[in-house]
Design a protein around this ligand. Structure first.
Ligand code: SAM
Length: 243
């Protein structure tokens, strides 16, 4: 991956950045995403935010060597503190855990007033983001799932709107866990992800069966059974037979 060629994961994020966006890419690392978009004249300008010195320096170096300093501003800081209110209309946060992404949004929510679109790519726990979006009146407008280098990634796109709309035909708990758009499409990567997850839950369940019975283990087992049943049903009979 470099500033000319993104991974499929980041290319999927890039695809959802509106043309002419004023972008903030938080946790930008090498700043590949904003540099790629700037080189392709797809954005007006970008802020690349980084909180760790090594990646920050790498971002600064890449932006300078590509001659993009006029378009991409690399800023050192935690989460959304690198942007001023009104500076950007689109935010990307990619390659982190869902809980951390939700945390970054929560801690910087006063910076979101003029933001029209969020493009979020959690490596795990996309459910934490869906919950945050629903609690803060953001409407999920698209989701993608893809497999790259043996890992499965989700991309969530949200805009201000009717927060419950995508969940209208889905049981809310299931929709928050697996994603309403992804559930509708049931791509191969989606099926693979949830079969793997269910195998993991079943393994934990067996371990709990061998452990001393306490109120806590019984509760955990009950929770696992409910999740397994919910996801098995969602995948459909034909799929659950494989697991
Ligand atoms: N966004 C790039 C991508 O998707 O390829 C880089 C992902 S990298 C795994 C995550 C980056 O986020 C790291 O460089 C890390 O330092 C940065 N990061 C983590 N927490 C952050 C925060 N609160 N604010 C800004 N950057 C953060």
């Amino acid at each position: 991956m470099n500033t000319d060629k993104l991974s499929n994961r980041l290319a999927t994020v890039a695809k959802y950045v509106p043309n002419g966006a004023r972008l903030a890419d938080i946790g930008s690392d090498h700043a590949y995403l904003p540099c790629f978009l700037a080189k392709n004249e797809a954005i007006l300008f970008a802020i690349a935010g980084e909180v760790v010195e090594g990646p920050f320096k790498s971002a600064v170096g890449n932006v300078q060597s590509e001659g993009l300093s006029e378009i991409v501003s690399v800023r050192f800081g935690n989460g959304l503190e690198v942007i001023e209110v009104g500076e950007v209309d689109c935010i990307t946060i990619a390659g982190m855990g869902g809980a951390l992404i939700a945390n970054i949004l929560e801690n910087g929510k006063e910076k979101l007033q003029t933001v029209r679109r969020l493009i979020l790519q959690p490596n795990i726990s996309a459910a934490s983001i869906r919950k945050w979006l629903i609690e803060h009146q953001w409407e999920l407008i698209a989701e993608e799932i893809l497999e790259e280098d043996g890992k499965i990634y989700e991309v969530l796109v949200a805009e201000n709107g009717d927060t419950f709309k995508p969940y209208k035909n889905t049981q809310l708990e299931l929709g928050l866990l697996v994603g309403p758009f992804l559930l509708n499409k049931k791509d191969e990567a989606f099926k693979k992800k949830w079969h793997l997850e269910m195998e993991n839950w079943k393994r934990i369940y067996s371990q709990l069966e061998g452990a001393a019975t306490t109120e806590e283990t019984e509760l955990k087992k009950q929770e696992l059974l409910e999740k397994i049943k919910m996801v098995e049903e969602a995948l459909g009979d034909e799929d659950s037979e494989r697991s």
